[in-house]
Design a binder for this molecule. Structure first.
Ligand code: FES
Length: 106
């Protein structure tokens, strides 16, 4: 298979602006994109990595939510300070950051 990207990171930046249901964009979705770009650039990896905004990934209650492909792993409750660990563990060492992985029923 010849993928356009080796790794594709989707970061929910949806802003619902509802007081009943929180959304990732209201929490720091955009800042997560900036931090991923900073951390990835610092690593100078020989990989084609795309980091981009996404709409709602459907797991709002556990957000901020990101999805990483080709593995199809969802990380939830992601904070700015978690990004470096995700890059080093998941992207570089191919080891999940278990405490942030979406599990069944969360
Ligand atoms: S608002 Fe981010 S997953 Fe729904």
């Amino acid at each position: 298979m010849n993928n356009v990207f080796d790794i594709h990171i989707f970061i929910c930046t949806n802003e619902r602006l509802s007081i009943e249901k929180k959304s990732c964009g209201e929490q720091h979705g955009l800042n997560l994109i900036a931090e991923f770009k900073t951390q990835l650039n610092a690593q100078k990896l020989p990989l084609k990595i795309r980091t981009q905004k996404s709409g709602c990934l459907g797991i709002c209650q556990f957000g901020p939510t990101i999805a990483i492909y080709p593995e199809g792993i969802f990380y939830v409750g992601v904070q700015i300070e978690d990004v470096k660990e995700i890059v080093e563990s998941h992207i570089i060492n191919k080891t999940l950051v278990e405490r942030l992985v979406l599990k069944n029923g969360h």
